[in-house]
Design a protein around this ligand. Structure first.
Ligand code: ACK
Length: 306
């Protein structure tokens, strides 16, 4: 009702349709789970493969995020955003229906060997394409669509890869509308430690530059092959970005690069990606580029200035 009153166009699936599509939410159809609940693979009668996210919590928070997610992305169309097909609110269930993404999340793809590919790891051209894809999706969210928004939870588990390894941003449960000109101060900080911009984590100062910071961390994970969360609190490295900065300052910038990529990349592109990651994670939000500038930097159309 709340969504209809906002005039939103979302396909309402019936419980029966989704039950049939997922073989009654059979465990063998389960793609995985997160704090929100479980995700099931399904097939609609017309052959469309779908992913059904079943929110487990009936708590206020789960409800709010559910309504928020639909409100934020229904009607948004971009090749780098996971498409929401619709939802179902029957039988006390909260279900979101998305396009199916064949190749897991970026977090999984960076950490495990890659089936069906010659290399056991994601090859450099793919990593470059994924990084630019995420940047394009975010640029669209920030500047390209009718509604402008901040995602607030950009991380490698929220980037999914389709059959052709196109990166698509998912999980809009925490997304917020972008506040024009001045920054919005949030009293409730939400997001993921390790990816959160310092000004947001410390003072709740929320602008699109908070996503730019998180993108920079993700870009560093892509180029280094290192898992940001594993670095957290480790004795060796305060954080992935600090570790990279130390290497950059000591003059060994190429030591940042994932060792499995040896000989497999164009070093100019790799250096560019490292620089973009570092400028995006600048401690001062005003010195971070916009996401469309980051796209141009990654593609070599404009220089990274810091
Ligand atoms: O990394 P994964 O394989 O990709 O495991 C997680 C899991 O569900 C919990 O989020 C997977 N997942 C989420 N949305 C989709 C989707 N649209 N298509 C395919 N898998 C998905 C995600």
């Amino acid at each position: 009702r709340e969504l209809r009153s906002q005039g939103l166009q979302t396909v309402c699936f019936t419980w029966r349709q989704l039950q049939a599509a997922t073989n009654n939410f059979d465990q063998t159809n389960k793609l995985g789970e997160g704090g929100f609940g479980s995700v099931f693979k399904g097939e609609l009668l017309d052959g469309t493969i779908i992913a059904v996210k079943q929110l487990s919590s009936k708590s206020c928070q789960g409800n709010r995020e559910f309504v928020n997610e639909i409100g934020m992305i229904s009607g948004l169309n971009h090749p780098n955003l996971v498409k929401l097909y619709g939802c179902c609110v029957e039988k006390d269930q909260l279900l979101l229906v998305y396009e199916y993404m064949e190749n897991n999340s970026l977090a999984v793809s960076l950490s495990v060997s890659f089936p069906g590919k010659s290399s056991t790891k994601l090859e450099w051209p793919m990593r470059q394409k994924i990084c630019v894809g995420i940047a394009r999706g975010l640029a669209f969210l920030h500047e390209g669509s009718a509604v402008r928004m901040v995602h607030r939870d950009i991380k490698t588990t929220n980037v999914l890869l389709d059959a052709d390894l196109n990166a698509k941003i998912s999980d809009f449960g925490l997304a917020r509308l972008h506040e024009e000109e001045h920054s919005h101060i949030s009293t409730k900080i939400a997001g993921t430690i390790g990816y959160m911009a310092p000004e947001y984590a410390l003072w709740g100062q929320l602008t699109e530059k908070a996503d730019v910071y998180s993108f920079g961390v993700v870009a560093m994970e892509i180029v280094s092959g290192k898992n940001n969360t594993k670095h957290k609190g480790s004795v060796e490295h305060v954080s992935l970005i600090n570790w990279a900065l130390t290497l950059q300052q000591s003059g060994d910038i190429m030591d940042i690069v994932d060792p499995v990529l040896e000989g497999d990349f164009n070093s100019k592109e790799v250096v560019r990606m490292i620089k973009v990651s570092l400028v995006c994670t600048h401690s001062s939000p005003s010195l971070r580029p916009t996401m469309s500038e980051a796209v141009q930097m990654l593609e070599g159309e404009i220089e990274v200035t810091q």
